[in-house]
Design a protein around this ligand. Structure first.
Ligand code: ATP
Length: 428
């Protein structure tokens, strides 16, 4: 299709132990710059140890395997996955810093990658000189760079260190400058790796704002790696979930993030889209504003236990006057089985914000991980599915009178009175 700007087909990457790679992105880039561009020896280079990498036969390690996806013009994609799942490798391949072992990535338009900018920094040159150098490497002329220079410097907040060689910068300062350069070059495609892992909260907020501006206002394509699921969910429309080098799933961001969180057992007990209505899940009929799981009693740092009643509360904008709507709450266990469905009554609503809540009683669900989906229907016709919007885990309180301390068999474990009494004692 004509609006596809990046297409990856059958992408695989196999690393050979000890050829290159330190496990640290900055050191990798520094090593590549020193050895491949400056043609010098890198005195600080250390190959990764076998302790922290799982290598297969013949010292080969498969970092990516048969990865396929298409990214369209103006889309913002989040690449998510656990540590070592291949996210940075994928970004390095798209940025053309690393070659795939097999498969292809085809791109359309200019790519500005935080990796590439960071790689281009010469440690001996000052911040100011590196801004110009990066601009030149990325094809800008002196006049264009000068026009952007003040904005880049102001964004980085590094005015006082502009004439300091970047080898004296902390890794946070380094990334601030690299991000400022990459984001201000007006690329067609902006590639960002873990920009939120460094820097203070204020800078992270600024980065998020800039990414939003680059994508929403300027309509550019952004690919964004982060471990911050809240940021991914707020910023991106699509997500690609990598698991041990394989694409576990890809698609609409909230569905993928929630599945990932459920799989990695991180609880999501609240989602709020009130500040970002354009990003809120929904369509031309309804749009969700918030959804929340409220335990009736809760001890901080203690797992939720099976006795606790759980209220699910949501707010949703109804965009069609006199719409006949009903909402179904679906509760699923970690096998994907539907444990129960709770329907609201079908009602004709005026246009406006609807609020609903229902409570799953305590002493009903078994130990385990759960997710909740909300389905909006018009009678029986589907209107919108808010898939896997809340995830949580329950633990048994292990205080059962039967003395059994393990998990109960069955999908549910309701507390149903079961008195057993001696009816006819044997008389001796
Ligand atoms: N140059 C290299 N040589 C050998 N192995 C490498 C090299 N670069 C990465 N790896 C290995 O490939 C796997 C994928 O690494 P990658 O950095 O792409 O993962 P990631 O998902 O970005 O991880 P993280 O979230 O920790 O940054 C890891 O096990 C890593 O140790």
């Amino acid at each position: 299709m004509s609006d596809v700007v990046i297409k990856a087909e059958g992408l695989s990457k196999v690393y050979r132990l000890g050829t290159t790679g330190t496990g640290s992105l900055r050191q990798d880039l520094q090593h590549w710059w020193t050895t491949s561009i400056l043609k010098k020896e890198d005195p600080f280079f250390q190959a990764p140890s076998a302790d922290n990498h799982r290598y297969g036969q013949n010292q080969l390690f498969r970092a990516l395997h048969d990865v396929n996806f298409e990214i369209k013009q103006g889309e913002v994609w989040g690449v998510i996955g656990s540590n070592g799942s291949g996210k940075s490798t994928l970004l390095k391949i798209i940025s053309r810093i690393v070659r795939p072992t097999s498969g292809t990535v085809r791109g359309k338009g200019t790519i500005s990658s935080l990796l590439e900018v960071g790689t281009g920094f010469n440690p001996e040159l000052t911040g100011r000189e590196n801004v110009y150098l990066s601009g030149f490497i990325l094809g800008m002329n002196k006049h264009e760079i000068r026009q952007k220079f003040d904005e880049i410097v102001a964004f980085s907040g590094l005015e006082r260190f502009l004439d300091t060689p970047v080898k004296r910068y902390s890794s946070g300062m380094y990334v601030r400058l690299a991000f400022a350069v990459a984001a201000h070059l007006e690329p067609d495609i902006l590639i960002l790796d873990e920009v939120l892992a460094v820097g203070d909260a204020e800078f992270q907020k600024k980065c998020l704002g800039k990414i939003r501006e680059v994508s929403h206002t300027d309509g550019r394509t952004v690919i964004f790696v982060s471990h911050n699921m809240q940021a991914v969910a707020n910023l991106c429309q699509q997500a690609l979930w990598l698991n041990q080098g394989l694409v576990q799933e890809q698609g609409e961001v909230s569905r993928i993030v929630n599945k990932f969180l459920l799989a990695t057992q991180q609880n999501v007990t609240k989602q709020y889209w009130g500040d970002t209505p354009a990003k809120a899940p929904g369509n031309e009929f309804v749009r969700f504003q918030s959804v929340e799981l409220i335990p009736h009693f809760f001890t901080e740092n203690m797992p939720l236990d099976v006795r606790v009643p759980l209220t699910v509360r949501f707010q949703m904008r109804n965009l069609v006057d006199k719409a006949l709507l009903n909402v179904h709450l679906g509760l699923y266990n970690s096998n994907g089985d539907c444990v129960l469905t709770i329907p609201s009554a079908a009602t004709v609503y005026r246009e406006g914000i609807l609020a609903g809540e229902c409570t799953i009683p305590g002493n009903l669900l078994n130990d385990g991980a759960y997710c909740i989906s909300l389905f909006v229907l018009a009678g029986t016709a589907p209107v919108f599915d808010l898939d896997s919007c809340l995830t949580f885990e329950l633990e048994d309180y292990r205080g059962d009178e039967s003395g059994w301390k393990g998990k109960w068999w069955g999908t549910v474990r309701p507390l149903i009175p079961f008195p057993v009494a001696l009816q006819e004692p044997v008389l001796h």
